[in-house]
Write a protein that binds this ligand. Structure first.
Ligand SMILES: *Cc1c(COP(=O)(O)O)cnc(C)c1O
Length: 378
């Protein structure tokens, strides 16, 4: 029996323990030590943003963004339905209501052209989710936001090293939130990053992240004592987490290069499925420079997808579906306006992801490609 291929296997560069030991040896174990600062400085420089703050997760970075956007009870946010719960929960926790937008026919990302019709006098924020690290059309979304005075929060959880017209995702809206969960391109188990793109919000972001205190400014020597100045929570990761992340950040380009090779091999190896109209492959708009976060197929219907996943499992390959559209979730189904979102439903039922991880060898990938083709009779 050949070895089975998992859907994901988090990659470790080998330097993680070295940096964790350095943090331990320095006896600097809580947040914002030298390794946290190294990670922040790296992203501030590379992505040219006023402030990049490590957080305990992308969910937490989004909670910070919701507070920074000054969401009040009764405000509304617009977000895609085909996404993870963390794209919207942080806004609901602040008392907002969500209005869901459908996905695009050619891509699981949000239908930019459908956003403006959802704007009401109560709308405060557009939550932009770049599915699979493939950019949404930010020109359209930023124009709607400017016209109606809305904030833009980019849920860039999957978007490390991904671009819109050459601009890093997460740097275009007001705030960008990234994830370093073990399923993402670079990871530290659980972790996140908030990009603060408006320099006027940097200090408030630091305060919210440090329990509502100006402790960060105190450590920089800008104030002679610190105290309670705003609402906030504890959003900063321990140094050992930042140490692990630094080991990944150091290898960012190598990790990305490997993923891009694997992604392109899938695209070439499976091109004939699209050519013969048997399945849709990921569509990448001209303006999007993606980061090989995911490789997926969109099949005909739920029955076919279930059969395909079974077929792959019999061959020892873990192919998995993805989001269940949020507008139909048990939590939300009775709260919405009952509006049909047919494309979100389509990706809920028909999208399947193939294994894609750093240590997937070419021979393993060839097995996956052949197993996929064999399902379609090739
Ligand atoms: C992974 C992910 C999140 C959550 O990230 P955490 O770091 O686990 O909180 C949020 N949104 C999207 C789109 C994601 O893919």
């Amino acid at each position: 029996m050949t070895e089975s291929i998992p859907f994901n296997r988090p990659y470790l560069t080998g330097n993680e323990m070295k940096w964790v030991q350095e943090a331990w040896a320095a006896r600097k174990l809580s947040g914002d030590g030298p390794l946290t600062r190294r990670c922040s400085a790296f992203f501030e420089e590379r992505y040219r943003v006023p402030r990049a703050l490590l957080t305990t997760s992308c969910t937490d970075a989004l909670e910070m963004a919701a507070i920074l956007s000054r969401i009040q009870p009764g405000d509304e946010v617009i977000a895609p339905s085909y996404t993870f719960v963390s794209s919207v929960n942080p806004f609901l926790l602040r008392g907002a209501k969500v209005r869901f937008v459908d996905s695009r026919p050619d891509h699981p990302g949000m239908d930019e052209a459908a956003v403006e019709a959802l704007v009401t006098p109560r709308t405060k924020v557009i939550v932009v989710v770049h599915y699979a690290g493939v950019a949404c059309d930010m020109d359209i979304l930023m124009r709607v936001a400017q016209k109606h005075g809305l904030k833009v929060v980019e849920d860039a959880a999957q978007c490390i090293e991904a671009h819109y017209m050459g601009r890093q995702l997460g740097t275009i809206g007001d705030f960008g939130a990234f994830s370093f969960h073990e399923t993402k391109n670079i990871q530290c188990g659980e972790g996140g990053l908030l990009l603060v793109n408006d320099p006027a919000e940097s200090v408030r972001a630091e305060i919210i992240r440090e329990k509502g205190t100006n402790r960060t400014a105190f450590f920089r020597g800008e104030v002679d004592k610190y105290g309670w100045v705003d609402i906030g929570s504890s959003f900063l990761p321990a140094e050992s987490i930042a140490a692990m992340l630094w080991a990944q950040v150091e290898c960012l380009e190598r990790i990305q290069a490997r993923r891009m090779i694997l992604w392109r091999r899938y695209h070439e190896g499976l091109a004939k499925l699209a050519g013969e109209g048997l399945a849709c492959l990921p569509g990448i708009p001209d303006y999007a420079g993606h980061n090989a976060h995911l490789f997926y197929l969109v099949l005909r219907d739920l029955a076919q997808r279930t059969e395909f996943i079974e077929h792959m499992k019999r061959l020892g390959i873990m192919a998995v579906f993805h989001y269940q559209s949020l507008h139909k979730s048990r939590f939300f189904e009775n709260q919405g306006d009952g509006q049909a979102l047919p494309m979100a439903d389509r990706y809920t039922d028909c999208l399947v992801r193939l294994p894609l991880f750093h240590e997937l060898p070419e021979e393993g990938q060839d097995r996956i490609i052949n197993a996929t083709l064999s399902y379609f009779g090739f």
